[in-house]
Design a protein around this ligand. Sequence first.
Ligand SMILES: *[C@@H]1O[C@H](CO)[C@@H](O)[C@H](O)[C@H]1NC(C)=O
Ligand SMILES: *[C@@H]1O[C@H](CO)[C@@H](O)[C@H](O)[C@H]1NC(C)=O
Ligand SMILES: *[C@@H]1O[C@H](CO)[C@@H](O)[C@H](O)[C@H]1NC(C)=O
Length: 339
Amino acid sequence: MAMCFLFLSHLLRVFSVIMCFPNTFTHRNDHRNRTSIRFLAVGDWGGLPLPPYTTPIEQATAREMGRAAQEMGADFVLSLGDNFYFKGVRSAQDPRFQETFERVFTAPSLNIPWYVVAGNHDHSGNVTAQIAYSQVSDRWHFPDYYYELNFGVPQTGSTLTVLMVDTVLLCGNTDDHADERPRGPANAAAAGRQLRWLQGRMEAARADFLLVAGHYPVWSVAEHGPTDCLLEKLHPLLVKHKATAYLCGHDHNLQYLEELGVGYVVSGAGNFMENSTRHRNHVPRGSLKFFSGQLSTLGGFVHVEVTEEQMVITFIQARGTSLYRTALPRRDTHASAAP
Ligand SMILES: *[C@@H]1O[C@H](CO)[C@@H](O)[C@H](O)[C@H]1NC(C)=O
Ligand SMILES: *[C@@H]1O[C@H](CO)[C@@H](O)[C@H](O)[C@H]1NC(C)=O
Ligand SMILES: *[C@@H]1O[C@H](CO)[C@@H](O)[C@H](O)[C@H]1NC(C)=O
């Protein structure tokens, strides 16, 4: 009987998703004959500095991430910064690692590597401590401020490269309450080093799918809007090197934009939800494909599946509905690079 209900509820869940997306959804989490890489991306999930150290949105998002990872599959999570509100952590022993992370993302399906970058709130505390926590937790992988990840799509020749970047080191910190734009890097030499590293890695990238992930948006229609510093430094690289997509948080909602062949994913709905679209006229005309910022949806995240031929991005509400899905093609790495 229990099995029956379990099966039925599973079918219903799948059904509601099928209703939205009749095309290519695979639901069976079959690890044996896999031909794809699956991951989740979530930003701005950092709880609160006071009891209960989490928000209802973070809890709902964590629960739904657990279900999505179980049902759709997830090999890892990309954590897009603002991991601990409002001032990061103090040390690798800070209780916030337990209170806001370990005790919230408890589903066994989320016991997978979490690849982490820092956001502006993390930089108001001790980012070195978040890096050091990689030695404490089995799933927390934060080897350095910025780093490269490489994956092979199982049983295919396709490859995925993810460049994890620290947009706060690159562009500077912000004061959210003053609605500030990044004020320019605190350490210009370190910012220059990271930018040269990024240029070099993107230039060298031969992967079939190339992603860059950081905290601040390149394009966003919401409260913070586009980041001028990233439009200047990162946007030309994404276009020139035919990046598949850029993933970020910072604005507290879900957005998908597409421009000049690059996908822009904003997934900053892990703890708060904001519906402002006050920068809607500050993105290229026609680039916004999807926006979700209603508080009643309880936050959300994205699920990504990379197959031999394409990268499928699904935006999922914490309430359990899949909202929007799009597919990006494999890079054409054989075409001659633009001069
Ligand atoms: C994997 O797929 C192959 C052929 O596609 C099949 O013969 C084999 O039984 C499958 N293995 C499992 C464990 O499902
Ligand atoms: C930051 O955290 C590291 C690791 O726990 C610690 O060694 C260091 O002293 C901390 N820095 C400050 C300024 O507290
Ligand atoms: C946006 O959110 C605010 C506060 O939660 C609410 O009052 C307002 O009606 C919402 N606006 C829209 C367009 O949904």
